[in-house]
Design a protein around this ligand. Structure first.
Ligand SMILES: [Zn+2]
Length: 392
């Protein structure tokens, strides 16, 4: 299908698609509370004539479009979003779905209900065009991406596909990977005493201070396309919590962003060795990967180590090269290939052997902020792109 025809098809659905994106933004769907927005997605896929639409055990909504024997392709967008915070800080209400100066405002507009609306719309247009794709196409609306990816972890185990497109924001430029995220906890144990007589106890704060200073000086792994791994000490919890007691235990969370190729096991070893060197006499310590347990709105429970895997699709991967050409022809402009700075559900799918790339409308700099807004023109362009890849 040529570019003009792709645009004609999408433009004819523009109003419906924008209305659907607005309805999604107007339906808050914090992680674990996606039931209502899932029902909207399911109804829209049914209305658009998908061959099969269902909710899986995790509550992900899956729309299937039959195709030939070629590679099966999944379009993946998550339904949850981060908290909007204080609504008074927003220029327009976070769940208003208002459009101002050609931009859809609100929490989730960019991350990533806009992309999800475009994917759902593009799937419907494949049916409308009456073209049988080379392979089966799925549009998957996943739950709980923002808290660890229960939805896409489940998809990776249960839905066999060869390729996936992640719709996270990229200003409609291609992305072929990202660093991972590993949540570590440094546990330190000293000896608790009354804070008026510190010489009788072992205060783990001093060892922790040496450890934190060591983290800043630590040499991090690097990779040309992804830059360096980073580590950020974030939350610290002391036990007991009282202000006039020397704590017996400290727990410091480390947010470690690892480049592809640096494994969680290597990271734990590196951090644990630094901690061992940082401990003062009589203080003990250990670094572990945090565990996480999530429950979906359907009641599916999943426990896992708190790792958002990195992924990387080779710069010369044949499908990536093809996708770049297809998108460039559809959009009538050059398409850059780069990497995302943040983690996505793509790592879960890549871990199951799926070739992953991605693009989505919107500016990633406004994601998770009170400035979140999506240019409608980019929304439309992304739908053209998803349609072009479906039909390629
Ligand atoms: Zn997202």
């Amino acid at each position: 299908m040529d570019s003009a025809e792709l645009w004609r098809l999408v433009e004819a659905q523009r109003e419906d698609m924008v209305r659907f994106a607005q309805a999604l933004v107007r339906t808050p769907s914090m992680p674990g509370q996606e039931a209502e927005v899932a029902a909207l997605v399911q109804a829209e896929m049914q209305r658009l004539g998908y061959d099969k639409v269902w909710a899986d055990e995790a509550g992900n909504i899956i729309g299937r479009i039959e195709g030939g024997d070629g590679p099966a392709l999944m379009f993946n967008g998550h339904m949850d979003h981060v908290d909007a915070g204080d609504a008074a800080r927003w220029r327009h209400p976070p769940y208003g779905g208002e459009i101002h100066a050609g931009e859809l405002w609100g929490r989730g507009a960019v991350d990533m209900k806009g992309a999800l609306a475009a994917m759902v719309c593009a799937g419907g247009l494949v049916k409308k065009a009456g073209i049988r794709p080379r392979g089966v196409r799925y549009v998957c609306a996943a739950v709980q991406e923002e808290v660890g990816g229960l939805g896409s972890r489940h998809l990776a185990r249960t839905l066999r596909v060869d390729r996936a497109v992640i719709g996270e924001a990229s200003g409609n430029q291609l992305r072929r990977g990202h660093r991972g995220r590993v949540e570590l906890v440094a546990h330190l144990a000293g000896r608790s005493v009354h804070a008026s007589m510190p010489d009788l106890g072992v205060n783990p704060h001093f060892s922790l201070a040496r450890f934190v200073a060591g983290l800043r000086a630590m040499e991090m792994a690097t990779e040309p396309a992804y830059g360096a791994s980073t580590v950020a000490p974030t939350r610290v919890v002391s036990e007991p919590e009282s202000a006039n007691v020397i704590p017996s235990h400290l727990h410091l969370v480390l947010d470690w962003r690892n480049i592809p190729g640096e494994s969680p096991a290597e990271i734990v070893t590196k951090a644990d060795e630094l901690l061992a060197r940082s401990l003062e006499p009589d203080c003990r310590g250990e670094v572990k990967i945090a565990m996480k347990e999530l429950v979906s709105y359907t009641g599916l429970r999943m426990a896992f180590v708190d790792v958002f895997p990195s992924f990387t699709t080779a710069a010369d991967d044949p499908w990536l090269v093809e996708a770049q050409a297809v998108l460039s022809a559809a959009w009538g402009r050059g398409v850059e290939v780069d990497t995302w700075r943040f983690a996505t559900d793509g790592g879960h799918l890549a871990g199951a052997g799926v070739t992953v790339l991605g693009f989505g409308p919107g500016d990633d700099a406004v994601v998770h902020t009170v400035e979140e807004r999506l240019p409608i023109d980019q929304l439309v362009e992304s739908a053209v792109g998803y349609l072009a890849l479906s039909l390629a």
